[in-house]
Design a protein around this ligand. Sequence first.
Ligand code: GDP
Ligand code: MG
Length: 163
Amino acid sequence: KLPVVAIVGRPNVGKSTLFNRLVGKKLALVDDRPGVTRDRREGDATLLGVEFRVIDTAGFEDDDPDTLPGRMRRQTEAAVETADVALFLIDARAGVMPLDEEIARWLRGGNTPVVVLANKAEGRAGESGVLESFGLGFGDPVPFSAEHGEGLADLFTALLPYV
Ligand code: GDP
Ligand code: MG
């Protein structure tokens, strides 16, 4: 059984872009049951020769289990709780937002190890956001660009203890 990496973060930080970069064409759509969001995608990735399973999560906005966003949040939480490591994506250009803080609080209360990935950090655009995300308390953030594929070697190094 492959180690599992769950990508988590607020909307628009680049989770799906990262997923597509890691998994590429090996993408597998997993859950076609009605009422279950199809936004949870899984696939196998190979990074510098190490193979692992990646889950792309969607939704961490609403805590009400009777709403679709609430059900999506439950799915996200379940994915992270059963993963070997959570890849917590931050938008380094936007900096740390209230919803990032909320997700961080939830992650701190769990047992899944967390690696912070400061995405959209191509060039020098995200420098202050990278520093800010250090304050989330999960150790050194990895500056990254899912769109440009920058930082993959550092991501590999950060994931290696868990995969
Ligand atoms: P998700 O909602 O977290 O899954 O985010 P998406 O993967 O859908 O990306 C949201 C937006 O951010 C899209 O317009 C992406 O093209 C953009 N994006 C993703 N990664 C990067 C990156 O590394 N740099 C920049 N500048 N934009 C990115
Ligand atoms: Mg997405």
